[in-house]
Design a protein around this ligand. Structure first.
Ligand code: NI
Length: 181
């Protein structure tokens, strides 16, 4: 099932999120639906708040990026109850976008390397290091679980320049190739 995606301006994107347990109702179906929703919108990641759920979970699917980032070939996973425990390496600035903020792309500076603990779809605990593009996507999705958006990281001048675009998204005065709410 494809969910509509919650767009900028909705409080659900700013609300605190809660950890879940393996007994969370219909978890396998929810994960499958999140993948389907992400793919339908051609996203590389989708966090639960973006479908209106304030729980600590996100999906990542970066297969389509393999041409530019070979390490992304076939990479697709879900992270449940993630905790970033280290952010190291260089500061890297790359343009980002977000399914909840359609039509806005801005450069965001993030660390190139992260360490993260999480549970996978079978609720097995994991502790892994990611670098490069994957570290970026994970930090972007993780931000969603903290009620943050990529535009929170840009300069006040850049923010001013996209103000009217953000206003239009807030008023839902936009056309979008996927369903938003
Ligand atoms: Ni996003």
């Amino acid at each position: 099932m494809v969910y509509p995606i919650v767009a900028y301006g909705s409080p659900v994107l700013r609300n605190p999120t809660e950890e879940i347990t393996a007994e969370y109702p219909n978890l396998p179906k929810l994960i499958a639906d999140m993948y389907e929703t992400m793919d339908h919108a051609y996203g590389v990641g989708l966090a639960a708040p973006q479908i209106g759920l304030n729980i600590r979970m996100f999906t990542v699917g970066v297969e389509a990026m393999a041409e530019d980032y070979p390490e992304c070939a076939g990479v697709r996973f879900v992270m449940i109850n993630p905790q970033i425990t280290e952010r190291t390496g260089e500061d890297v600035s790359i343009e980002e976008g977000c399914l909840s903020i359609p039509g806005v792309n801005e450069k965001v500076t993030r660390k190139n390397r992260i360490r993260i603990s999480y549970f996978n779809e079978n609720f097995e605990p994991k502790d892994e290091v990611f670098e490069g593009y994957l570290a970026r996507v994970i930090q972007h999705e993780y931000d969603h679980l903290e009620g943050q958006l990529f535009i929170d990281h840009i300069s006040p001048i850049r923010k001013q320049l996209i103000k009217s675009k953000l206003g239009n998204i807030q008023k839902r005065k936009i056309t979008c190739r996927y369903r938003i709410k």
